[in-house]
Design a protein around this ligand. Structure first.
Ligand code: TXA
Ligand code: MG
Length: 347
């Protein structure tokens, strides 16, 4: 199969091209779509056969439910029930945006989307191109991140095609994603809204809207089984081994030097902050300043893929404290490293 690329980088919305791309969705095909978080692999969210193809192409475990992407808030009522009026009022402020909410599902949602749960995850993405595309498709789009399962999520067309070229009908090129990690997943079916997957919106951000927001137990305590099915799988992992080091610049540099000396037979890649300075390792990628983690968020997945292309054996990442946006970043990093993490102190 040839994967067709529709170029929307310049943000010029050409309705003819959109309707051509939407034909693939309407006939049960798969189209990768840009969002502000990561690229998604979209299918008609009400067509079970099309949804099953998402699972096949990604090699995704069938018990991991999908997010339905809609274009406007009224569509939430078509898919979900028992929605609290006050929650909708808040969502009107936070959407479109990098927030997914879990609600009680209506029967119209196929079992393939909810993976047998009685809930459905819904989000309105910020990307205008994608919202327009959803409107033209006239159906909610089921869309997980557009990577092969367990690989880092793609944040641009090149990385999406690395996993999906020849396996899907088309991709809409909307340029680089500006957030770079997936949406915050918030369960609104429990008494207190509960974060199942941390993302762009932190607990502190959401507490400006809801009186109280909980973090799901597995996000507070290592070793607990997560409530969100997707959180229990190996995830975001490059081919290379990943080691996370947490500590100040001095201790980080000292430990990296030790590792370079001890593992002189290995090709090492580094993901560091600007403040960490220069290293005698040619495969060193900078994640911006440690005082503003948004740049690190934007670059994590792309950097993993870049370092895999450079064929490094081990990626050493300068990790951060698990608080604020750092919790979302460390959630991704810890999974990519399968728990290979060392605390150096000094912070
Ligand atoms: O930013 C994003 O959320 C991206 C873009 C494309 O929108 N999508 C994304 O989808 O990250 P995916 O499938 O890679 O991750 C969805 C997460 C999984 O951890 C899944 O288990 C969880 O949401 N999820 C989906 N439906 C759920 C439900 N009904 N209850 C609990 N968790 C759910
Ligand atoms: Mg994913």
């Amino acid at each position: 199969m040839k994967t067709e690329v529709f170029d929307f980088k310049e943000n010029c919305i050409d309705l003819d091209v959109f309707s051509e791309a939407s034909k693939y969705i309407k006939t049960g095909g798969l189209v990768a779509i840009p969002t502000e978080t990561v690229y998604g692999l979209a299918a008609d969210g009400l067509n079970p056969a099309a949804i099953r193809r998402i699972f096949e192409v990604k090699n995704r475990p069938m018990d991991n439910p999908l997010i339905l992407h809609v274009g406007k808030i009224e569509d939430v009522y078509i898919l979900a029930k028992d929605i609290k009026e006050e929650d909708i009022k808040i969502l009107e402020k936070l959407w479109p945006g990098p927030l997914t909410v879990v609600l009680k599902k209506k029967d119209i949602v196929p079992i393939e989307v909810s993976a047998g749960l009685d809930t459905v995850a819904i989000r309105i993405p910020q990307n205008e191109i994608t919202r327009k595309f959803i409107e033209i498709c006239e159906t909610p789009l089921a869309a997980p991140s557009a990577n092969t399962s367990s690989k880092p999520s793609p944040t641009n067309v090149k990385d999406t095609l690395e996993d999906m070229n020849g396996k899907i009908e088309a991709i809409i090129d909307g340029g680089e994603c500006n957030i770079g990690i997936e949406s915050t997943v918030l369960d609104l079916t429990s008494d207190t809204p509960t974060i199942l997957r941390p993302g762009f919106y932190t607990k502190e951000d959401l507490e400006k809207y809801w009186d109280r927001v909980d973090l799901e137990l597995s996000l507070k305590k290592d070793g607990e089984i997560p409530k969100s099915p997707g959180q229990k799988y190996k995830h975001y992992a490059p081919d290379a081994d990943v080691l996370i080091l947490i500590g100040d610049e001095y201790n980080f540099r000292k430990e990296v030097t030790k590792i370079i000396n001890e593992k002189s037979d290995k090709k090492i890649g580094l993901m560091v902050f600007d403040e960490d300075g220069k290293f005698e390792v040619s495969d060193t990628l900078y994640m911006g300043s440690s005082s503003d983690l948004s740049e690190m968020g934007r670059r994590i997945f792309k950097s993993f893929r870049d370092l895999d292309k450079r064929k490094v054996d081990l990626i050493v990442v300068h990790g951060v404290e698990s608080e604020g946006y750092g919790l979302s970043i460390m959630n991704r990093l810890k999974k990519s490293a399968s728990g290979n993490i060392k605390y150096l102190g000094g912070n």
